[in-house]
Write a protein that binds this ligand. Sequence first.
Ligand SMILES: [Zn+2]
Length: 271
Amino acid sequence: MAKKKRVPIPDDIAAEILFISDRTCCVCNIRGKQVQIHHVDEDPSNNTLGNLSVLCFECHDQTMIKGGFGRKLEANQIFKYRNDWHERVRNRKAKADEIASIQTVTGSTETVIVNVINEEDYLNYKTYDDPNLLKDYLDKILIVHNAQLTIARTKWDTGVTMTMNQGNYDMVDFYEEVLIELSTFYPKGHFNNLTPKKYFSELISSRFLWNRLVLEPHGVGTGGTIVSTMTGGSVMNDLKHMIVDMVNSLLFPYEIDEQIDLDKWRDEWLT
Ligand SMILES: [Zn+2]
């Protein structure tokens, strides 16, 4: 068979496939890894959106294995992984909007906590130093947190790696939203002059990488599939405690007035 000529992927199509994949490998779903765009049918001139998928270098290597005991990732498997992942990214984005709307609807016009979604929103958003607003938010978030945990537990209880990972990623998404919300109580530009969304997105990617590296002391890829679940669990735990640290700092001046019972909040948050 004659080798097909590689045609560069048009910028708009590359941007689209990266967006709908959340710049994350559709096979292992591990955030923060370097990724590349793969031609599923192995024809490098077929740059239609339907033929492209985002893979990390490790998973991409698995598409190249020929013979031996390696498990080659076949095109039909990649299509399945890819379609599942794209749907999951869509749902995550919808869920983030849903959490934002819960937070917006439950506040009055004056007490709306703006959810920082993009650069434009960030330029317009206000920061808050009103302890009552913070208190309202913290009360509300305990309820949403419990609801999120209930949903995640049904996924963890399946014992199926992919489903358990989804439970972890749901919680990571939720904690990311909370971190972004809490950052609106700090001055504008406080987080390294980045938008809170960008700042936490980078931080979380780096936590995924850190926890993964820690969990595989004998080399990347040596820990088996359970490592992805353990990594997600560790990131989840990191973020949960980062939220406690933020709340702790934000409440410090007010706690003296006993307006807010930090210990009680923390106990409920960490259960
Ligand atoms: Zn991968």
